[in-house]
Design a protein around this ligand. Structure first.
Ligand code: ADP
Ligand code: MG
Length: 699
């Protein structure tokens, strides 16, 4: 059978319209291929038959071989049940049914040999098995063959008799129709090189494993396939784009760059900053469009790297822009850049945000259009149609995950030739995820903090120890420091026992009458927010109480304490982002996680991870492992659903790397997959990705 992906699932015997409808709606199975790629989520070992006398409280699913001695119906109403007394000669155990009582009693014959499969549970002094699966004893060789697959099913599926066993039967029928062969999708040379098993063998063993070893080989093959085709597709699109996208040529490292480096830089660059600037310089000088993701933990000095990149573009006669997700941040970038540049007045910079007045706008926009502005810093306002550059050479996007894909794309519609793009993010995305999501962006990492920083000390405290906390804050403030206090929610919620920002604000003003306390939250008007923020940035306020609006990018080096109330309500990467607000000056900084005493195991683990490490990548990895990649902060908002069927980004990093290397090596010899032996790869990519997002244009 040639085209499994075109063969409708209703061609399979036993799948009528209604069942097909359920399979489509519930688990996205439309075709033979979809079914084949619906893999079991676990397997149970049915190679062993237990004796009733062996049963104890710790056993998982087991199987027994014996006879039913008698049936009794006991109880009334919802406790009404059928009890079958079952024995194998070593002891007696009860089989229990609450449903299908009459049907069951008529179906099974007393004294006949059966294989019983189920999970024994303790019941008073003895054990029973509720709703066991029962097969005739003469089928023992079939059911006891080894590893039994379990398929995920939903409640709706079960109502249509589409349970795991039914799916297993469909797989069996399908593989029979295919004569247990599936057309190979990898070229012979690649199979030989990787030593992976054939697709036929993999499919056979993923659904009906011959042995644990065969199953393992099947899983490896199918994980490889899944990751390999994603990588091949990404690299292929990246290749195509690189050929197509000529970039603004920036070959010169000119006078602005040198002047700034030699005369204005207030400190030495870290080695990591130097390395990244070199990478950017090479990109911008290559004649091709740069598309680079710059990852660096909070406080690692990305802004300075951005400034150097802008100077390269300006030295080569281009304009640059830098887009930040909030007005506060845009203003901060503006003043940071202005401060760094100092008296370098030949670099002309401007700020454009939502609240920029019409009068100012009328000055800025024409200056941008005529090329009189070299650096335009701002918010979303930058992508409005009224903003026209004379020659935009470089667009920098800060805190990328706040922007949608579309918004980013808007920026390079502003030119005939797309500008170089540098996307900066402080959300450390684990390498495996970055490779999968941004496979076509080059990635630079600043993996080093500027010298002299003392790592932030993180402490976990319970609500009950507040008096000590206040004492500590008083001590820090009297030593000249400032304090952040962050709350998860502003409004009261009856269901959840939150600490409330507004209550906290009133309380803190009472406890610290001698100090100035200010407050910022998402419900405030922009101007009000700005004013409160300014109090803190200028040092006038000692304590800033806020919801998570301060999460992103605010830089107040004198703030050395971050108190996070109801820390159990925050995700790991959010906690890490918040912690990054302190530890920016030379003083010892602290992050104090305040939680209630009652914590779930997961939450406790999260807080422990925070206390044990400052490394953003370690935290992101842990986050990935605990939450699954679908839910990771950065990806949720990027709108890219990663629907992996078998590979797991958290644990299959090595396979991913290997798959990527193989994909790259094939493209190195045949960059458009035009050779005969690679045509099958092209075709497969078309099948896999034609209906889905075009990964190539995601950046
Ligand atoms: P990020 O944006 O990566 O979180 P910033 O660019 O805001 O970090 O930098 C944090 C602080 O570190 C700023 O005050 C910046 O001036 C300072 N900084 C950056 N690079 C260095 C360096 N090489 N040496 C010392 N301080 C630096
Ligand atoms: Mg920053």
């Amino acid at each position: 059978m040639e085209e499994l992906h075109k063969r409708d699932i209703t061609y399979l015997r036993g799948i009528d319209r209604k069942k097909a409808e359920t399979l489509k709606n519930e688990i996205n199975i439309y075709t033979f291929e979809d079914l084949l790629y619906y893999f079991p989520y676990k397997y149970l070992d049915r190679s062993r038959i237990y004796a009733v006398s062996e049963i104890n409280g710790d056993l998982p699913y087991i199987q027994l071989k014996g006879r039913i001695l008698s049936f009794d119906i006991l109880g009334e109403g919802h406790t009404r049940r059928l009890i079958g007394r079952f024995t194998d000669g070593t002891g007696v155990i009860d089989l229990v049914w609450f449903k299908g009582i009459v049907y069951t009693r008529n179906k099974y014959v007393l004294g006949k040999e059966y294989i019983v499969f189920g999970k024994p549970s303790e019941f008073g002094q003895s054990y029973n098995i509720v709703h066991p699966e029962i097969d005739p004893g003469e089928n023992a060789h079939q059911v006891a063959a080894g590893l039994m697959p379990f398929y995920n099913t939903t409640e709706k599926m079960k109502k249509s008799f589409l349970n795991s066993r039914a799916i297993q039967n469909f797989q069996y029928m399908l593989l029979n129709i295919l004569e247990w062969k599936v057309n190979e999708i990898l070229p012979a040379a690649l199979l030989a090189r990787t030593q992976l098993v054939s697709l036929s063998e993999a499919m056979r063993n993923i659904h009906f494993p011959e042995s644990p070893k065969a199953l393992q080989a099947a899983r490896l093959r199918l994980k490889f396939d899944e990751l390999f085709f994603i990588q091949l597709h990404i690299l292929l699109s990246a290749g195509t784009r690189k050929q197509k996208s000529k970039g603004m040529l920036c070959p010169v490292v000119g006078s602005l760059f040198h002047t700034f480096y030699k005369e204005h830089l207030p400190f030495a660059l870290t080695d990591a900053q130097k390395r990244v600037i070199k990478e950017i310089r090479a990109d911008m000088g290559s004649g091709k469009q740069m598309n680079r993701l710059l990852q660096g933990d909070v406080g690692s000095g990305k802004t300075l790297v951005a400034l150097f990149s802008m100077l390269i573009a300006i030295d080569n006669g281009y304009q640059t822009c830098m887009m930040a997700p909030t007005e506060i941040l845009a203003r901060q970038h503006y003043s940071t850049v202005a401060n760094f540049l100092g008296d370098m007045s030949d670099v002309r910079i401007a700020l454009l945000v939502g609240s920029t007045s019409k009068r100012e706008r009328n000055q800025i926009l024409p200056a941008v259009a005529s090329g009189d502005i070299d650096i335009l810093i701002g918010t979303h306002a930058l992508i409005e149609n009224s903003v026209v550059f004379s020659s935009l050479g470089l667009a920098i996007i800060d805190e990328q995950h706040r922007f949608g894909v579309e918004q980013r794309a808007q920026l390079w519609k502003k030119n005939d030739i797309p500008p170089h793009v540098l996307v900066m993010t402080a959300t450390p995305i684990p390498r495996t995820l970055a490779m999968t999501l941004y496979g076509d962006l080059d990635v630079s990492v600043i993996d080093q903090l500027p010298p002299g920083r003392k790592p932030v000390k993180t402490i976990h405290r319970y609500d009950t120890g507040k008096a000590r906390l206040y004492e500590f804050l008083r001590k820090e403030i009297s030593a000249g420091r400032q304090v952040y206090v962050v709350y998860p929610l502003i409004e009261e919620s009856e269901k959840l026992d939150y600490k409330y920002l507004e209550e906290g604000y009133a309380l803190f003003r009472e406890i610290f009458p001698e100090y100035t306390v200010c407050m910022v939250h998402g419900r405030m008007k922009a101007a009000e927010k700005e004013a409160e923020m300014k109090k803190f940035v200028s040092g006038e306020a000692h304590i800033l109480m806020a919801t998570t609006v301060i999460e992103v990018g605010v830089n107040v080096p004198n703030a050395s304490v971050m108190v996070i109330e109801s820390a159990e309500r925050f995700g790991l990467s959010q906690l890490h982002q918040l912690r990054g607000r302190v530890g920016r000056g030379a003083e010892q900084s602290y992050c104090i996680l305040v939680s209630s005493y009652k914590l779930s195991a997961d939450t406790r683990r999260r807080l422990e991870i925070m206390v044990s490490t400052n490394n953003g990548f370690e935290i992101a990895e842990a986050d990935l492992r605990m939450r699954g990649h679908g839910d990771l902060d950065g990806t949720r908002q990027s709108g890219i659903g990663l629907n992996l069927k078998i590979a797991d980004l958290a644990s299959d990093g090595q396979i991913l790397q290997y798959a990527r290397d193989m994909a790259a090596s094939i493209l190195a010899d045949d960059e458009n997959l035009e050779r005969d032996e690679n045509k099958m790869l092209r075709e497969r990519i078309n099948v896999l990705f034609s209906r889905k997002t075009n990964w190539g244009i995601i950046s």
